[in-house]
Design a protein around this ligand. Structure first.
Ligand SMILES: Nc1ncnc2c1ncn2[C@@H]1O[C@H](COP(=O)(O)OP(=O)(O)OP(=O)(O)O)[C@@H](O)[C@H]1O
Ligand SMILES: [Mg+2]
Length: 329
């Protein structure tokens, strides 16, 4: 886990002089990371005193977000959404109109940059704020939506929309729906989705996700679409430093640590892989797969090495020889 006083929140504090910490009404009150809520001083004081103040939903989300490396921009947008929902509630409480908002979104990012993870977190936030009634995530791709004969696509798409009612319908690699040109059934899926957004207004949230460039092309080919997705979130590739932090975090979560030499080997490999694979590099997912593999290799090594129980330290340590990957030419 990241240390409570994270660098990112410290940087944020330095950037924004209007920022102040509001102690959250939860057991993690001393958390100084993303749980820091940002308001100007007067507003903060007023809000802090408000009886109807209900930050628990966000405190929960913030706690989860704290364990994520980087993603500052994504965290800011999620906070904006929370702020809007909370303020709408306050406005309604005193009889003011609440701003009408559309929460359909576009996620643009390369593989493994956290899109699905953030969609899950958002589903929880929308559930706790009463926007969604169930808060589940239905994750699909082209093959789940597109059928094989006329009418089949609309049937499949409508079924999935129904399944997603009360939650989020998340379409990965959404640009592939426009892949096959005019006659492709993918277009039928797009039309059906657009219609469902109107038929089931406010009953589900649609998130279209995919590689940044493909998504931009997809949007430019479907001029009616961008305005239906007012929220667009960019998921950046992780730097090698961030990938290493993610690796440490994932290892720690499973109670493993890297030997110093293993850490160096991993850093070197990630830098090389990131360079060689370009935009198809699968970021944090790649790191997770490498660690899972290393854990399996460590298990075999220990069994072969010891006839009795290995020590606690040995059980936790991932060594250079556990980090193995296929050599690509
Ligand atoms: N910033 C982060 N900090 C820690 N772990 C992360 C971070 N981003 C992603 N992960 C982890 O990496 C893995 C991949 O993330 P996720 O599935 O959300 O990516 P994705 O963008 O949806 O990938 P894909 O496009 O391949 O579907 C998950 O195990 C997730 O927990
Ligand atoms: Mg995903």
């Amino acid at each position: 886990m990241r240390e409570p006083s994270s660098t990112s929140s410290n940087t944020k504090a330095a950037r924004n002089p209007r920022q102040m910490n509001i102690v959250l009404r939860n057991s993690e009150a001393n958390h100084t990371s993303y749980s820091t809520l940002r308001y100007g001083t007067d507003e903060a004081a007023a809000l802090n005193e408000s009886k109807s103040l209900n930050r628990e939903p966000f405190a929960e989300i913030a706690k989860e977000f704290d364990s994520f490396i980087g993603m500052d921009h994504v965290k800011d947008i999620v906070y904006e959404i929370f702020a809007l929902l909370q303020i709408s509630q306050y406005r309604m409480d005193i009889g003011l109109n609440s701003p009408t908002q559309v929460y359909h979104m576009l996620f643009k990012g390369n593989p493994g940059t956290g899109k699905t993870t953030v969609a899950r977190i958002l589903a929880k936030l929308f559930l706790s704020m009463g926007v969604l009634s169930k808060g589940h995530l239905v994750e699909v791709e082209r093959a789940d939506l597109v059928g094989e004969y006329i009418g089949h696509t609309a049937l499949k798409t409508r079924e999935l929309v129904k399944k997603a009612l009360g939650g989020i319908l998340f379409i990965d690699e959404a640009y592939s729906l426009a892949r096959g040109g005019e006659k492709d059934f993918g277009r039928e899926a797009i039309d059906c989705l657009v219609k469902s957004m109107e038929d089931y207004r406010n009953q589900f949230i649609l998130i279209l996700a995919g590689y940044p460039e493909e998504m931009d092309d997809f949007l430019s080919m479907n001029p009616g679409l961008p305005s239906r997705f007012p929220l667009q979130i960019d998921f950046n590739d992780y730097t090698v430093q961030q990938l290493m932090q993610i690796a440490d975090l994932m290892a720690k979560e499973s109670q493993y640590v890297f030997a110093p030499q293993a850490e160096m080997k991993l850093r070197h490999h990630l830098a090389e892989e990131k360079l060689n694979c370009g935009y198809s590099f699968s970021n944090a997912r790649y790191v997770r797969n490498l660690i899972e593999k290393a854990i399996r290799h460590q298990a075999v090594r220990l069994l072969q090495q010891y006839s009795t129980n290995p020590s606690r330290q040995e059980l936790m340590l991932l060594k250079t020889e556990d980090l193995r990957w296929e050599r690509k030419n």
